[in-house]
Design a binder for this molecule. Structure first.
Ligand SMILES: NC(=O)c1ccc[n+]([C@@H]2O[C@H](COP(=O)([O-])OP(=O)(O)OC[C@H]3O[C@@H](n4cnc5c(N)ncnc54)[C@H](OP(=O)(O)O)[C@@H]3O)[C@@H](O)[C@H]2O)c1
Length: 239
């Protein structure tokens, strides 16, 4: 038997891609969703959606947003889908891209986990969007630092799980393989256009809505079920 559906929560990285699909799914099933990103916009038109601005690279901003949402109210869920990837191989100067990848994917996760612990918020569940790339060095060219940041962020989430569990918060990682139709893939080579090449076979990958369905499933499991880590890959993606 399923628990009651989640009612009120925050999705980080909600202006595009997987995050926007998660917002659409959860708002469509009746939840009040605060949809945050640097742009502060969300493509989902629904009275259940409130667009918010936040840069996860700033601890002050993340804590401020969580403080605001925590006031007087329980948060059923936080989904952290804020992340970036870009072509940035070793052996060339990609220092700006390396910094941005680590600050967004790793430090952003540190900020979310720490703010959830620092702020006095009663939270049901945290779902982190991880990556298959966290489990071995990514086969995507120029993506090794992203792999490293995602692996380290999973470690941070593992640590946060042990602390948040004491407050009754369940913590899950949903780790997708290739997901097409997001800005991640479209922008991957923006900084180095001469390196541009097809990232993956169109039509043979996961869709953002499919990851949103998995996130919704995780959020709807009964309170005693701890879905720690779910790797979701398209059948055709090589190991
Ligand atoms: N696409 C894939 O194949 C794939 C595979 C595995 C894992 N993932 C992971 O899935 C997550 C979502 O990626 P996606 O494919 O949906 O990419 P996407 O379409 O580019 O969406 C990324 C989202 O993160 C937000 N974001 C980026 N930097 C941010 C920051 N500093 N502060 C707040 N929000 C920020 C973006 O909004 P703003 O630009 O407005 O801030 C956007 O809403 C990421 O964690 C990514 O690593 C993606």
């Amino acid at each position: 038997m399923s628990a009651a559906p989640p009612r009120r929560g925050l999705v980080l990285g909600a202006s595009a891609g997987i995050g926007a699909a998660v917002v659409a799914h959860l708002a469509g099933s009746g939840a009040e969703v605060h949809a945050a990103s640097r742009r502060g916009t969300c493509p989902v038109e629904s009275p259940n959606v409130v667009a918010r601005s936040v840069d996860v690279r700033s601890y002050r901003e993340v804590r401020g947003l969580i403080e605001q949402l925590a006031e007087g109210n329980r948060l059923s869920f936080v989904v952290n889908s804020a992340g970036i990837g870009s072509y940035a191989p070793l052996g060339e100067d990609h220092s700006e891209a390396w910094r941005e990848i680590v600050e967004t994917n790793l430090l952003g996760t540190v900020h979310v986990c720490s703010a959830l612990l620092e702020v006095d918020v009663e939270l049901g569940q945290l779902v982190q969007i991880g990556s298959l790339a966290a489990f071995r060095v990514s086969k995507t060219p120029g993506n090794a630092i992203y792999s490293a940041a995602k692996a380290a962020s999973s470690m941070v989430v593992d640590h946060a799980r042990t602390l948040l569990r004491e407050r009754g918060t369940r913590v899950s990682v949903v780790a997708p393989g290739f997901v097409e139709g997001t800005e991640f893939g479209e922008r991957f080579f923006d900084r180095v256009p001469q390196a541009r090449r097809p990232l993956y076979q169109p039509g043979q990958n996961l869709k953002p809505e499919e990851i949103a369905q998995v996130v919704a499933y995780v959020l709807e499991t009964p309170p005693h079920v701890d879905l720690t880590e779910l790797v979701v890959r398209p059948v055709g993606q090589p190991d």
